[in-house]
Design a protein around this ligand. Structure first.
Ligand code: SF4
Length: 361
């Protein structure tokens, strides 16, 4: 975060502001972001919907999403005096996935996006400070604080929120990492784009765990990205079969989206090698369940260095691998699953017994 030095920059809008906006846009694109837009820093006015979502328990154990609600809904409570929100996006996987059902969610196969985007956002902050006509205050976020990145991306005209709740960019699709930079510099806001989902409901119909109670609403407690990554204890038995052989997250609602599967799509150029850093590491492209079930904590630590996969923790990944083994129908996994059934960890032992029961049926 750049120093909060204050100063009245409201005069930046107008023809001078338009020139500044152009330079900020060019700066962001030059730093490797694929898309950038501006929104006015003002209250989001979605408080009732968000509170209702929490009160219905749809956030599950993610209590942090309900904390600091006033800040989430008004960026001026995060950065006093904020006037603009700069939203940026970085494409991580525009190519149609040959395998619609990878074991690991595509976003987590490469280097941790917090590091890749965080580094670029810091460079954008520094560049903005240099471009501004006077001292400015800034604050950057990549999934790291009480800021609703996707809401701001919609307001800044990067795309619309699809029925699967992802941000859909009409050019790049939805395999996008988002970041925001709050600033007290005034920039002319971009226009929001219309919703272009139309009558499509491919994501709603394809969801393996029936996690969308209605279009644009996700029940996180049913979503496989929640049960395999955020949930710390046992996965409810009724939800285990839906996991299939995935072990970390799920991409189905994005993989079936026509905005991601359009023919002729090409990844944007990658002159700074950012996409190369986010590209799948060999170990995580499609790891075998046998390998996962044999992992010890030290090997897991090495394999997940600088990877978002650490969020599930070692025990969580093993728990998920046991469920996947139970769903695999592969009898060759029985000895590895049995070792966990007889192991010291009661949570893993219970999931292993469930898997054994299915494998031996
Ligand atoms: Fe919208 Fe269809 Fe994509 Fe779902 S699959 S987000 S309904 S366009």
């Amino acid at each position: 975060m750049a120093p909060a030095l204050g100063g009245d920059l409201s005069g930046a809008v107008g023809s001078h502001g338009a020139g500044l906006a152009q330079r900020v846009r060019a700066l962001a694109l030059g730093l490797g972001f694929d898309t950038v837009g501006f929104a006015r820093a003002e209250p989001l006015g979605r408080g009732d919907a968000l509170r209702d979502w929490h009160e219905r328990g749809r956030a599950g154990e993610m209590a942090y999403l309900g904390a600091r609600m006033e800040e989430r809904l008004d960026p001026r409570r995060v950065l006093p005096g904020a006037r603009s929100v700069i939203a940026v996006g970085l494409v991580y996987g525009p190519e149609p996935l040959a395998d619609l059902d990878p074991r690991i969610s595509r976003y987590a196969m490469g280097e941790d996006y917090h590091d890749v985007l965080g580094d670029r956002l810091r460079a954008l902050e520094a560049g903005l400070v240099a471009l501004a006509p006077g001292p400015i205050a800034t604050r950057a976020y990549v999934d790291t604080g009480p800021v609703l990145e996707r809401e701001w991306a919609v307001r800044a005209g990067l795309g619309w929120q699809g029925k699967n709740t992802c941000l859909i960019d009409p050019v790049h699709g939805s395999y996008l990492f988002l970041g925001v930079l709050l600033t007290d510099l005034e920039l002319p806001p971009d226009e929001a784009l219309p919703d272009r989902c139309g009558s499509c409901r491919a994501c709603l119909d394809a969801c393996p765990s029936d996690a969308f109670p209605e279009p644009h609403v996700l029940d996180a407690t049913r979503c496989l990205s929640y049960t395999t990554i955020e949930l710390r204890g046992a996965v409810p038995e009724a939800q285990r079969q839906a996991q299939g052989t995935r072990v970390y997250g799920c991409d189905v609602c994005q993989a079936v989206c026509p905005w991601n599967t359009r023919a002729g799509r090409r990844p944007p150029p990658d002159p700074l090698g950012l996409r190369a850093r986010l590209a799948p590491r060999d170990a995580w492209l499609q790891p075998t369940l046998a390998w996962l079930l044999d992992l010890d904590e030290e090997s897991w630590r090495k394999a997940t260095r600088r990877s978002a996969l650490r969020r599930a923790r070692f025990g969580g990944l093993l728990r998920n691998a046991l469920i996947a083994a139970g769903n695999s129908g592969d009898p060759a996994l029985v000895p590895a699953v049995r070792r966990h059934a007889e192991g010291p960890d009661p949570l893993l032992a219970e999931h292993a017994r469930w898997a054994l029961d299915r494998l031996q049926r």
